[in-house]
Structures are given as structure tokens and as C-alpha cells.
Design a protein around this ligand. Sequence first.
Ligand code: HEC
Length: 149
Amino acid sequence: MKFSTFCAAAAVAVVSIAATAVVAQQDPIAARKALMKESGQATAAVVKMTKGETPFDLATAQASFKTYQNIASRMPALFPENSKSGGETTAAPAIWEKMDDFKARFTKFDADAKAAEASVKDLDSLKEAVANVSRNCGGCHEAYRVKKS
Ligand code: HEC
């Protein structure tokens, strides 16, 4: 790549990261919902493989676990005091009462996702990795989401 092309590409990347940060500041509820939707999509991709609906693909599996790590690093900043309600949030008030525990769960989610990414090599190890890392989803939702029935 020519240096000038590289600079242009780098500039575009910086602009899009900055834009995401602005969106996150202006509308943290929408930003965290979007990240969680990505979690759902990343999970669907690996669950389909564990069920034999799609063939095992190492790169796709690792991409899902990388997505989790990215999400885990960005989520904790998206719960400012002024985002307790509105935007059809299902975030429970307990988040703001036990913020340290809530944030610690993202640290664990990140660590489990890293371990999953490192451990997966075939369908059996994928099944185990998905089972391990998915406990983070249900555990946190149970404690920190309002159930909409
Ligand atoms: C440490 C806490 C935590 C972890 C871990 C976590 N979530 Fe969530 N999730 C939340 C919270 C809080 C919300 C509610 C966000 C809101 O409505 O403001 C949510 C919402 C969601 C939603 C609904 C998004 C929407 O459109 O409103 C989906 C889907 C979801 N999570 C999937 C997942 C999956 C899949 C995983 C695991 C791979 C996961 N989450 C892990 C806390 C967590």
C-alpha cells in the first residue's frame, strides 16, 4: 500500500471510531443495545455450528469470541447515571446499585472469551467453549435485566 493510501485509510478509521464514541455518549442506551445485539449474532453463529446446522469453521468461531472481547471492553462505559430509563431499556436498577459487581462481570466475560478463543480447535472444544462463555450471558441477564413478559 502506498503511504498516502495508508494515511487516507487510517484517517477514515479514526473518524469512524470517533463517531461511534460520540453516538455512545449521546445515546448510551442505543449503543449498549446495539452491542448486545452483536453478542446475540456472534452467539447464533457458534451455536449453529454446535448444533450441526452449519459446518465447523475455526475462523468464524474465533471471530465470535473476539467480538465478545470487544463488546466486554466497551459495555462498562455505557451505563451513566442518566441512562437508567428510556429508550426501551431492559437494564435493571440493580446495575447502578452494584456497579462494581456489574463491571466485574464484563471483566470475567472478557477473560472467558479470551480463553474460549485460545481453546477452540475442533467441534468438541467449541461445544465446551460455548457452554462456558454462555454462562456469562444468562448469569448477568438474570441479575441485571428487567424481564419483559
Ligand atoms: C455483564 C452483563 C452482561 C453480559 C455478560 C451479557 N449481557 Fe446481554 N445484556 C445486558 C444488559 C444490562 C442488557 C440490557 C441493555 C439495555 O436494554 O439497556 C442486555 C441485553 C441483551 C440483549 C437485548 C438487546 C436489545 O436489543 O435490547 C441481547 C440479545 C443480549 N443481551 C445478548 C447477550 C449474549 C448473547 C451474551 C453472551 C454472549 C450477553 N448478552 C452477555 C448485560 C449483559
